[in-house]
Write a protein that binds this ligand. Structure first.
Ligand SMILES: Cc1cc2nc3c(=O)[nH]c(=O)nc-3n(C[C@H](O)[C@H](O)[C@H](O)COP(=O)(O)OP(=O)(O)OC[C@H]3O[C@@H](n4cnc5c(N)ncnc54)[C@H](O)[C@@H]3O)c2cc1C
Length: 476
C-alpha cells in the first residue's frame, strides 16, 4: 500500500452507508489518524429513505417512523450517538384492520396475523364464519405441503409465506391478516415473499409443530408478558438520528460528497478506483451501501454473476400522504392506525396524533396514509388530486366528516426491495462472489432485512469484513 493511512470509500448515504462510515471511524479509526473515510451520496441530502419533514409545525416522518427496540445494531448505534434521551415511545398500541364491515381491532397477540388460538380470531370479527372454520382446520390438518419432514436441512428449502399460511389457515387469514401486516413492511405479495427471509421463525417452528397456531404460541406468550414498548422513535422524528450521525461523521473527519453519484468502480491491483462524473478517487477498501439496482450497475464488470442476481431483486414504490384535520372534536381514535384487508388505493394509515404523544395537538389531528405500488399510476397525478383521493378513501374507513386542512405528498419510487422466494440463497451467491474480489462488501436493505436496525447491523458486518481483509493484507 502506498500510504499507511487506510482509505475506505462508502457509497450510499442512507442509514446503512452513514452507520458504516460511523463504524469505520468509531471502531477502526482513531479520529482521522488511522483511516480516511469518504462517503459518496448521489442526492443533495443524506438519510435515504429516512425523511422527516416540517408539517403543520411538527416533525413528521415520510419514511420510517419507528424502530424495533430489541435490535442489537440499533441499540448500540443509539447509545454511541447519544440520542436515547430524545427517545419517544408509542402512546398507543392497538392496530385496526379495515374490512368490508368497517374497522376491526387486531388482537395484540397475533403474530404476522397468525392467531395463537381460534377464539380471539372468531371474536375479532375480521373473518367470516366460514373463514374462521377454515382457519380452525390448522389444528387438525396433517403436515404442511411445503414441509418435507422437519429436519434442519428443510430450513434451507424456501417457500412463500402465502403457501404456508394459505395451506394451514386458509385464504381469509392470508388475505385479511397476513397480507396487510406483511404488506405494510415488505413489498410484494405474500405469495412471492420468501418465508426464510421474512419469517424464518415460522419456517423453523413448523418443522416441529405442524399447526401454525400452536407454533406461534410461545412467541405470543413472551410478547404478551413483556409490557415494555416494542418500538421507538425520536422527539424530532427519525431525521434527528441522521442529523446526529452526520454531526459525528463530520466531527471525526469523514468527507461527505453530496450530489456525487458513483458511476463506475474498478480495481487495479489492491486499489479501488471510484469514479463520479467529476473525479476519480482511490481507496483501499469499499463498502457499497446502495440499492440492489445501483450496486448491480457498479459491479457489472467486476462480478457479472452477482450483478445479474442483484438486477433480479425487484423493488416496489410507495406513496406517503400526510394529512391534517383541523376540527378534532369528532376524531376520537384509539390506536396507532389501520391496515387494509382488500383492494383499495390506501394500504394503511398511521394515526400520528394518537400514536405519538409529541404529535398530539388540540388544534389538529395528523395522519399518514400509504398508497401501494399497485396504484402507482396515481403518482403521476398532482398532489392535490392525490390528497383528494386519499381523503375520500379515509373518509369511508374512518367516517371523517370534513376535508383535510393541509396535505403533503412524498412519492418513493423503488422504495422497498422484494424478498422473493429464494432471496437468501441469491444474497449468499451475490455476497460470495463479491467477497472473492477482496476488500469490498455489500450491505443495506436489499440483503438481510430492510428495517433500519437490520440495515445498521449489516453495515457493521460489512465494515468488519472489509477491515479484516485489510488487516490480513497489512500483515502479509
Ligand atoms: C415509506 C417507508 C416506511 C418505512 N418504515 C419503516 C419503519 O417504520 N421502520 C423501519 O425500521 N424501516 C422502515 N422502512 C424501511 C427502511 O426505511 C429502509 O429499508 C432503510 O432506510 C434503507 O436504508 P439504506 O441505507 O439501505 O437504503 P436507502 O435509504 O435507499 O439509501 C441508499 C442511498 O444510496 C444512494 N445512492 C444510490 N446509488 C448511488 C450511487 N451510485 N452513488 C452514490 N449514492 C447512491 C441513494 O441516493 C440513497 O441515499 C420504511 C421504508 C419506507 C420507504
Amino acid at each position: 500500500m502506498k500510504t499507511s493511512r487506510l482509505r475506505v470509500v462508502v457509497v450510499g448515504g442512507g442509514i446503512t452507508g452513514l452507520s458504516a462510515a460511523w463504524h469505520l471511524c468509531s471502531q477502526y479509526g482513531n479520529d482521522t489518524k488511522d483511516i480516511e473515510v469518504m462517503l459518496f451520496e448521489k442526492d443533495i441530502r443524506v438519510g435515504g429513505k429516512i425523511l422527516t419533514k416540517d408539517f403543520m409545525g411538527a416533525k413528521v416522518d415520510f419514511g420510517p417512523d419507528s424502530l424495533l427496540i430489541r435490535s442489537i445494531g440499533g441499540n448500540r448505534l443509539f447509545e454511541e450517538l447519544g440520542v436515547t434521551d430524545k427517545s419517544v415511545f408509542p402512546a398507543a398500541n392497538k392496530i385496526w384492520i379495515w374490512t368490508a364491515d368497517g374497522l376491526k381491532a387486531l388482537p395484540r397477540e397475533f403474530i404476522l396475523g397468525i392467531p395463537p388460538k381460534l377464539s380471539p380470531l372468531v371474536r375479532s370479527g375480521i373473518l367470516t364464519v366460514s373463514g374462521a372454520i377454515r382457519a380452525g382446520l390448522d389444528l387438525v390438518l396433517p403436515g404442511w405441503i411445503g414441509d418435507r419432514g422437519g429436519s434442519d436441512d428443510n430450513y434451507h428449502h424456501d417457500a412463500s409465506v402465502g403457501s404456508l399460511v394459505r395451506s394451514r389457515l386458509g385464504n381469509q387469514v392470508a388475505d385479511k391478516l397476513t397480507t396487510p401486516l406483511l404488506g405494510g413492511i415488505h413489498a410484494g405479495s405474500i405469495d412471492d415473499l420468501s418465508l426464510c427471509a421474512v419469517a424464518p421463525f415460522l419456517k423453523k417452528t413448523t418443522g416441529f409443530s405442524k399447526s401454525l397456531m400452536r407454533a406461534v404460541r410461545p412467541l405470543t406468550a413472551s410478547y404478551s408478558s413483556n409490557s415494555k414498548p416494542v418500538f421507538q422513535s425520536f422527539e424530532d422524528g427519525m431525521g434527528y438520528m441522521v442529523d446526529k450521525l452526520l454531526a459525528k461523521l463530520i466531527g471525526c473527519g469523514v468527507t461527505i460528497n453530496y450530489e456525487s453519484e458513483v458511476k463506475e468502480l474498478h480495481r487495479k491491483g489492491d486499489v479501488w478506483r471510484v469514479s463520479t462524473l467529476e473525479k476519480d478517487y482511490e481507496a483501499d477498501g469499499t463498502v457499497l451501501a446502495t440499492p440492489a439496482y445501483s450496486t448491480a450497475a457498479l459491479l457489472g464488470d467486476l462480478a457479472p454473476d452477482a450483478a445479474g442476481l442483484l438486477k433480479s431483486i425487484k423493488y416496489e414504490g410507495v406513496g406517503v400522504v400526510g394529512l391534517s384535520y383541523a376540527n378534532t372534536k369528532n376524531i376520537k381514535l384509539d390506536g396507532t392506525g389501520f391496515l387494509v384487508a382488500g383492494t383499495h388505493l390506501v394500504t394503511g394509515c398511521t394515526w400520528l396524533s394518537s400514536k405519538w404523544s409529541h404529535l398530539s395537538n388540540p388544534d389538529h389531528f395528523l395522519l399518514r396514509a400509504f398508497i401501494g405500488d399497485k396504484n402507482r399510476e396515481i403518482y403521476d397525478s398532482t398532489d392535490d388530486e392525490i390528497i383528494a383521493l386519499v381523503h375520500e378513501e379515509l373518509s369511508k374507513a374512518m367516517g371523517l366528516d370534513q376535508p383535510p386542512s393541509a396535505g403533503m405528498v412524498v412519492r418513493w419510487v423503488n422504495a422497498l426491495p422484494k424478498y422473493q422466494v429464494g432471496h437468501l440463497e441469491r444474497v449468499k451467491k451475490i455476497q460470495d462472489e463479491v467477497s472473492s474480489l477482496g476488500t469490498i462488501a455489500l450491505c443495506g436493505a436489499a440483503y438481510k432485512g430492510l428495517s433500519v436496525p437490520a440495515c445498521i447491523t449489516q453495515s457493521y458486518d460489512a465494515v468488519a469484513q472489509v477491515m479484516e481483509k485489510l488487516s490480513e493484507r497489512k500483515s502479509h
